[in-house]
Ligand binder design. Structure first.
Ligand code: NAD
Ligand code: UDP
Length: 343
């Protein structure tokens, strides 16, 4: 039994809660830190229910450096997985200062306390939004980087900060994981994606249409140079993604390069909006009414990961099918139509 304690910032969130499950099932001890600005404490209760084990959590903003110091002094974590951050591309355009403050100041606060506490193992949640839009598909990790909105910029800036500190201090063992499109949920239907407010992402919107919460789905553009004209994305099951974090934790223990270990977490296989609708209709036995509307500003026709480096460096590959993704999402939606309302 592996008793290494992992501190998970943002552990009550969508990807964090699934990673809590996978870490505990892999034998790690966990401690969660979250200010619940986009999540619910109930998610943590559900994680405990799935795993059948208890763990501690701190209701804390990662920018509160003094309190964070105390958490490190008490918990003495072996490593940190840093999910805490704001993640909506659209919201970040209107709330740029808030996004830079939360994401960058939050990460600086964490890095400072980690260094003081001599905890040098870190997994950081980055995103495919750090890649330059005109890049060739599928995207390899050495593709050009640039972001055109504050959310993506904040991830890119944090990556640069991490690269700078790792370059000059060989104690750091860091993995930067660039996620493509996380979807699905734990197959129990007990935890899932439950953002505060209206979702922006395709699958939560499709599932709300299937359950009747929304009347129809607006498809943003059917004139892209793709097979059916709708946008194509690389949808990766969140349980696969969560397992990628365990693989990364194992990989950084032997990682002493001058650059952080930086890998894409995606499948390399794309699905169009129409293909996603049809897969969801098959999983839910519901009809998903949709209407074609204009393109969404800033959208790419296709966004696909080259996942080969993750296979080589982490021995990780996404395994779950689109059918499983849709079936799990439908179960979560059916069991929790309003998100986390009850324990
Ligand atoms: P989420 O919003 O569900 O989870 C983030 C968690 O962090 C929430 O529980 C929130 O309450 C907490 N949090 C935010 N700011 C905080 C702060 N200052 N102090 C303490 N807690 C704070 O998001 P998610 O989908 O689970 O994403 C996790 C990470 O992965 C984020 O950093 C996000 O940018 C990144 N990411 C997500 C996606 C995606 O599509 N979900 C894609 C690429 C990258
Ligand atoms: N999409 C859509 N209607 C919606 C939301 C999304 O047609 O209401 C499309 C979007 O244009 C993209 C795909 O679905 O082609 C995935 O969008 P999402 O926002 O989930 O991910 P991202 O575009 O950020 O990768």
């Amino acid at each position: 039994m592996n008793k290494k304690k992992i501190l998970i910032t943002g552990g009550a969130g969508y990807i964090g809660s699934h990673t809590c499950v996978v870490l505990m099932q892999a034998g790690f001890e966990i401690v969660v830190l979250d200010n619940f600005c986009n999540s619910s404490e109930i998610a943590l209760t559900r994680v405990k229910k799935i795993v059948g084990r208890d763990f501690k959590h701190y209701v804390l903003d990662v920018r509160d450096t003094d309190s964070l110091r105390n958490v490190f002094a008490v918990e003495k974590p072996f490593a940190v997985i840093h999910f805490a951050g704001l993640k909506s591309v659209n919201e970040s355009i209107d709330q740029a200062l808030n996004y830079y403050d939360n994401n960058i100041a939050g990460t600086l606060s964490l890095l400072k306390v980690m260094k003081e506490s001599q905890v040098y193992k870190l997994i950081f949640s980055s995103s495919a939004t750090v890649y330059q839009q005109s890049t060739i598909m599928p995207i390899a990790e050495n593709s050009l980087l640039s972001a055109c909105q504050p959310y993506g910029q904040s991830k890119l800036m944090i990556e640069e900060i991490i690269r700078d500190i790792v370059k000059v201090d060989a104690n750091w063992q860091v993995a930067i994981l660039r996620y493509f499109n996380p979807v699905g949920n734990h197959e129990s239907g007990l935890i899932g994606e439950a953002p505060c407010g209206k979702p922006n992402n395709l699958l939560p919107l499709i599932s709300q249409v299937a359950s009747g919460e929304l009347a129809n789905l607006s498809i943003f553009g059917n004139d892209y140079p793709t097979l059916d004209g709708t946008g194509v994305r690389d949808y990766v099951h969140v349980m696969d993604l969560a397992k990628g974090h365990v693989a990364a934790l194992q990989a950084i223990e032997s990682w002493h390069e001058a650059l952080p270990l930086t890998v894409n977490l995606g499948t390399g296989r794309g699905y169009s909006v129409l293909e996603m609708i049809h897969a969801f209709e098959a999983a839910s036995a519901k009809v998903i009414p949709y209407k074609m509307v204009g393109r969404r500003a800033g959208d790419l026709a296709v966004c696909l990961a080259d996942p080969s480096l993750a296979a080589t460096l982490l021995d990780w590959q996404a395994k779950e099918s689109i059918e499983k993704i849709c079936a799990d999402t439908w179960l979560w939606q059916s069991m929790n139509p309003q998100g986390y309302t009850e324990i």
